[in-house]
Design a binder for this molecule. Structure first.
Ligand SMILES: [Zn+2]
Length: 408
């Protein structure tokens, strides 16, 4: 049997433990282990502590040179990285002042990506997911949620979900699949409710049989599905044992109420949330997810992250990486920028992309460096953790470890 491996020393090790899931966080609350070490066996953390105190004859040692800061691998709890084509034309049109309607009339919008994704083979989708997830991994993201939602038929949604499963089998990153068949009303269907019924009756059972996802998402919005339309859909999904997550309050409110009513694991977007929705979420078990990449892509307001935290909400920060509204796909850059606009402490930003993001995916084995957790961690070449958000994503990780193995 191999001996446990002691990795370190790290100038600063931030385990992200001892912090509450909900509410505002001050940097004084952040625990920092100086000259820290991580003891790893079978891909999991055995112990975290001071490097010299973890040394013994019973461990192998992997020395880390130079000054460095180590934190849990980042978790991106909301992406759409399974897609075909590009929407560069939409982006140019939007910045040139064309309206949403004008862009749609010119053949743009989500439906454009649906058309391009339907044209792609499953293998082409797999390649796209792997290349995008590799980029996330280099930036320290070791777990990525990936949604379907550009298929919008039973067969095409299955193609996407199977591609995500196949990519997860070969990718070094953990991919967490979510069924977003209710992304928009498909243009090739006449009756909206009929489409959702077909998804419930035909797609959901196959997802269960093939174990393709245990999460169901919907876009609750005037341009997509109303709260009334989506309630029977979520009801059925919940009865079948799926976790619920909601695209909520992006342009108009209503989605966060649905999320809370269904005890959703997360309500994501929330750019249009008012005091009422913020209070509602803070009192619930539903995690509020800010998507600054969508605000940057669309040139819109940010999610009211400060208010959410101040009234006791739980805040995850995710990239929303997608071809239409959030093409950048750089979680750390976006989270750092959200911090400057919303006045978030470093601890709040880093919690939003580690353990609070893991909680938004109901994953308790990551996002923190503690005994029993996966040995997923990221190392930055600096002796002060404050440099990480200060460089707004331009300070790149020198190492990323996944399941106790260095992958770069
Ligand atoms: Zn999204």
């Amino acid at each position: 049997m191999n001996k446990p491996l002691l990795i370190g020393p790290f100038t600063q090790l931030l385990p992200m433990t001892g912090l509450p899931l909900k509410g505002a966080l001050k940097d004084e609350q952040l625990s920092i282990i100086e000259n820290g070490g991580i003891l790893v066996a079978d891909g999991k953390i055995v112990k975290v502590g001071v490097f010299d105190e973890l040394k013994s004859a019973d461990v192998d040692i992997q020395l880390i040179d130079g000054k460095n800061v180590c934190l849990p691998g980042f978790v991106d709890s909301h992406t759409h990285i399974c897609f075909g084509g590009t929407r560069a034309r939409d982006y140019a049109y939007r910045n040139a002042g064309k309206t949403y309607l004008e862009i749609a009339k010119a053949g743009g919008g989500i439906w454009d990506t649906v058309t391009q994704t339907r044209k792609a083979s499953q293998d082409e989708l797999v390649k796209g997911i792997i290349s995008r997830s590799q980029k996330h991994l280099k930036n320290g993201v070791t777990t990525i949620e990936v949604k379907s939602g550009y298929g919008l038929s039973v067969d095409e949604e299955l193609k996407m979900l199977r591609a995500i499963k196949q990519a997860n089998e070969t990718s070094k990153v953990t991919l967490v699949p979510t069924c977003l068949a209710a992304h928009m009303k498909p243009k090739d269907w006449n009756q909206d409710q009929e489409y959702l019924n077909v998804i419930i009756n035909e797609l959901f059972p196959i997802i269960k049989t093939e174990n393709l996802a245990n999460r169901v998402d919907a876009f609750v919005e005037e341009s997509a599905f109303s709260p009334e339309e989506i309630k029977p859909y979520f009801q059925k999904a919940k009865e079948m044992g799926f976790d619920i997550t909601v695209h909520a309050d992006q342009f108009t409110t209503g989605g966060s109420q649905v999320a809370v009513d269904f005890d959703a694991v997360s309500a994501d977007h929330l750019e249009a949330s008012t005091e009422k929705e913020i209070q509602l979420l803070a009192k619930s078990n539903t995690i509020a997810t800010a998507l600054p990449g969508a605000s940057l892509g669309l040139g819109c307001a940010y999610t009211p992250a400060r208010k959410i935290l101040d009234v006791g909400g739980a805040l995850s920060i995710a990239s929303d990486h997608n071809p239409g509204s959030a093409p950048m796909g750089d979680l750390l850059t976006q989270a750092s920028i959200l911090g400057t606009f919303e006045k978030l402490s470093n601890t709040e930003v880093l919690s939003g992309i580690t353990f609070r993001a893991a909680a938004a995916l109901r994953l308790e084995d990551r996002g923190k460096l503690e005994a029993g957790a996966l040995a997923d961690f990221v190392v930055f070449p600096t002796d002060n953790y404050q440099e990480i958000t200060y460089h707004q994503g331009q300070l790149k990780p020198s190492m990323v470890w996944k399941n106790g193995t260095p992958i770069q």
